[in-house]
Design a protein around this ligand. Structure first.
Ligand code: AMP
Length: 607
């Protein structure tokens, strides 16, 4: 049976985890890295994802994109200021669907997220040694229906059946529940790179019941970085008279530097920001933790309101909370920890690595779905109210926020005019009184009604929010008893045909993507063996004959030449040749330095 993996598709980093017997574990790459930076870049030939893409942020800002999660399920109007410094150009494919322009490619956020999912899928497949086709993927609890739909679409495009979408704080709580056996009322405070979530859960005898959730999908470490970056940009302008706002490379460089400084200040009281400027000058600025704190204090304070609201919705006061658990990289900041302590009047817990805890929880949920763990049950809630538009643009709530999932509601509709043949229904999500202030989820039409006097038809529309928090709609004409399928036009915009086309396109790209990946891997391996060989040749020169030295030198030149080309097989052949040609040299080195006869060792196997 193939493993169902748990995936944390993060704003900054993504991770994949699986259940190793009774324990969830995060899967690392060959170098032992567990985090896959959620960064995507493209060159002439292929897509580059993860660490290598991250390294291209400064060198190729126009074709490298990060924080795609902030764009999921959104239209241009939804993103506004937060993408002001995005290096790539954003346009709209259709109303409600952003497309990211990267060189000659135009991709939607679900397609970009699919590239990250494919990367983690492949990592899991390599590790587990079998195909991975099913996953549990986490999303911020406060993601609306469109953002959840977009996440599911990303899974489909990546060839993954997303069996369940789980809220990140809930997943974190599952991991804590399993590993630390926590019981009682738990508040999970989750501040990551792009989003903030607060969830309050009751954990008792294996049942994880979410009592309330709240948050802000526009608030995270990225915003702190932007604040710091704007401050540095102003200082550079004052000090050097340079306006770097439109310079994409400089913007990325400053963003990365201030982010690193911010991290350092979680452990130190003082750091220095050093940014070389193109003119040859260098911007240097000591930065104290207290200065950083006063720059971003108001942003961290934005988490207080949602926490109070979540407590209120659960009818609890801070004293009723037994434990506070921290999740997300930004909770490493002392200012955040102090703020949490002030809100909940207690020290928060962070025993499990805040970067990994969500993926671990997703793996736990995957195991529950696979039938492995049988004594745990998760009862999640919908973060936002679901309603329909009434006459005059009001919002009539059918399913209030924090209803336990899955949940449903029915509503009767009728006609306003004699002989009316169809009824339009417009569904919204949000907490405001007027639909114009909430998010339009879908519009649909109930058609082919018999031409009856106004008010006579009785159409029952059934709204269900499934366990993933995604809306499904069914409708029935109560007069005729006929069920009618309603044509739901999701306002988020990607239709089933769009997604199918994207899946097909991703297959077309798959071959060239794989070739490009093999090329990158072969080049990296070649660079490593070249480094080893050149060092060994220097050390071992007196130990071998000049002919042997020349032979090795020739192989080195041949391998370097092959690396300039794009044939990964050829590179591998020359790696093998060089490996063989250096066996003797390796032996001599070993003999002379360690005095132990290690036969048939290749240079690449030397310490
Ligand atoms: P996540 O989305 O949970 O991976 O969180 C990523 C965010 O956490 C990014 O904005 C990082 O800059 C931030 N972060 C990671 N480590 C630290 C740290 N030590 N101090 C402050 N922020 C951090």
């Amino acid at each position: 049976m193939s493993t169902i993996v748990g995936i944390d598709l993060g704003t900054t980093n993504s991770l994949v985890a699986y259940m190793d017997g009774k324990e969830p574990k995060v899967i690392a790459d060959r170098e032992g890295r567990t985090l896959v930076p959620s960064v995507i870049s493209v060159d002439d030939q292929s897509w580059i994802v993860g660490e290598q893409a991250r390294q291209r942020l400064i060198t190729h800002p126009k074709t490298t994109v990060y924080s795609v999660k902030r764009l999921m399920g959104k239209g241009l109007a939804d993103v506004g200021e937060e993408c002001k410094y995005f290096p790539v150009f954003l346009s709209e494919k259709q109303p409600g669907v952003i497309q990211v322009e990267m060189g000659k490619y135009r991709l939607t956020p679900p397609e970009l997220s699919a590239l990250i999912l494919k990367e983690v899928k492949q990592r899991a497949e390599e590790f587990l040694g079998s195909a991975v086709t099913q996953a549990v993927v986490t999303v911020p609890a406060y993601f609306n229906d469109s953002q959840r739909q977009a996440t599911k679409d990303a899974g489909r495009i990546a060839g993954l059946d997303v069996l369940r979408i789980v809220n990140e704080p809930t997943a974190a709580c599952l991991a804590y529940g399993l590993q630390k056996k926590k019981q009682g009322v738990i508040a999970v405070y989750d501040l990551g790179g792009g989003t903030f979530d607060i969830s309050i859960l009751k954990v008792k005898e294996g049942i994880f019941e979410v009592l309330s959730t709240n948050g802000n999908t526009h608030l995270g470490g990225d915003d702190l970085d932007q604040r710091l970056m704007e401050w540095v940009l102003r200082e550079i302008e004052q000090e050097f008279g340079l306006d770097l706002q439109k310079n994409a490379e400089s913007i990325q460089q400053i963003r990365l530097e201030v982010e690193k400084a911010k991290r350092r200040l979680s452990g130190e009281d003082l750091t220095e920001i050093v940014i070389p400027i193109k003119t040859g000058a260098v911007y240097r600025r000591p930065l104290k933790r207290v200065e950083l704190e006063s720059l971003v204090n108001d942003l961290i304070d934005l988490t207080i309101g949602p926490c109070r609201q979540a407590l209120g919705d659960a009818h609890l006061s801070p004293q009723d909370i037994d434990e506070v658990v921290l999740v997300g990289g930004s909770t490493r900041m002392p200012l955040v920890r102090r703020t949490v302590q002030e809100i909940f009047h207690q020290e928060p817990h962070c025993e499990i690595n805040p970067d990994e805890v969500v993926a671990l929880g997703a793996a736990v949920q995957a195991d529950i779905l696979a039938g492995g763990i049988q004594n745990m049950l998760l009862l999640d809630v919908t973060p936002l109210s679901l309603g329909i538009e009434t006459m005059g643009g009001g919002m009539s709530v059918l399913i209030p926020r924090n209803s336990t999932l899955p949940t449903n509601a029915k509503e009767l509709f009728t006609t306003f005019a004699d002989g009316q043949r169809s009824v339009d229904i417009h569904v919204y999500q949000g907490e405001r009184e007027l639909v114009k202030d909430n998010r339009s989820l879908s519009k649909f039409q109930f058609r082919d009604l018999d031409p009856l006097p106004a008010g006579m038809p009785r159409i029952e529309v059934n709204f269900t929010i499934d366990a993933n928090g995604i809306l499904q709609v069914g409708a029935k004409d109560l007069r005729s008893g006929k069920e009618q399928s309603v044509e739901v036009k999701p306002s988020y915009g990607l239709s089933d045909e769009d997604v199918t086309r994207m899946i097909e396109e991703s297959f077309t790209f798959a071959k060239s993507d794989m070739d490009a990946r093999s090329l990158i891997e072969a080049r990296n391996e070649a660079a490593t063996i070249l480094r080893h060989t050149e060092r060994a040749l220097k050390q071992g020169e007196p130990l071998i004959e000049p002919e042997e030295r020349n032979r090795i030198q020739e192989q080195i030149t041949a391998l370097k030449k092959a690396m300039e080309g794009d044939n990964h097989r050829l590179i591998r052949e020359w790696i093998d040749q060089l490996d063989k040609a250096t066996i003797h040299l390796a032996e001599r080195l070993m003999d002379s330095t360690l005095q132990i006869g290690l036969k048939d060792k290749k240079l690449s196997e030397l310490p």
